[in-house]
Design a protein. Structure first.
Length: 167
């Protein structure tokens, strides 16, 4: 069977080139990690390939978390913001959302440890939101903390492990 060139794997991604968007850079990294994962799994030529595959898979999942493309975030988004949206036309030609039937935000479906929020934020938005009983701000801060932690862990794995993946 003739193997396709690497250009075909990146064709769709390169067609959506955005020089100003960090997500494009991360999408390129994710695509390369996926290709590396598949190659290592298929070839199995590394001595510790099970560990390397596990670390690369973790990196891919972490990317999904901090770019808001994981199942937990999508579930929360669907539960919180799905439904009919109604708009009212204003005199100036703009539209305004009619939020008379606004539902409260759903709880985030996964646990996020917030005890160390000071490591990732300069302030304490989660503690402040709890103290002020601001549920919406609390939920959004938890989601932001989860993304910051995933980004941090992703870079830690790359910093300490990437050079050892090919030993």
């Amino acid at each position: 069977m003739k193997r396709r060139s690497a250009i075909h794997a990146y064709k769709r991604l390169l067609a959506e080139d955005r020089d100003w968007d960090y997500r494009y850079l991360i999408a390129l990294e994710k695509k390369k990690l996926q290709r590396m994962h598949d190659c290592i799994q298929r070839e199995g030529h590394l001595e510790n390939h099970e560990l390397v595959l596990r670390e690369i898979a973790i990196c891919i999942r972490l990317i999904d978390i901090f770019v808001e493309d994981d199942a937990a975030y999508k579930t929360w988004l669907h539960r919180s913001y799905s439904g009919k949206l109604r708009f009212r036309k204003l005199d100036n030609g703009y539209y305004e959302l009619i939020d008379e039937e606004k539902r409260p935000l759903a709880d985030f479906p996964v646990y996020v440890n917030a005890r160390n929020e000071r490591r990732f934020f300069r302030s304490t938005p989660i503690s402040d939101a709890q103290r002020n009983q601001d549920r919406d701000r609390f939920i959004h801060s938890i989601i932001s903390l989860r993304q910051q932690k995933a980004l941090h862990l992703y870079h830690l794995i790359r910093e300490y492990k990437i050079l050892g993946w090919w030993d």
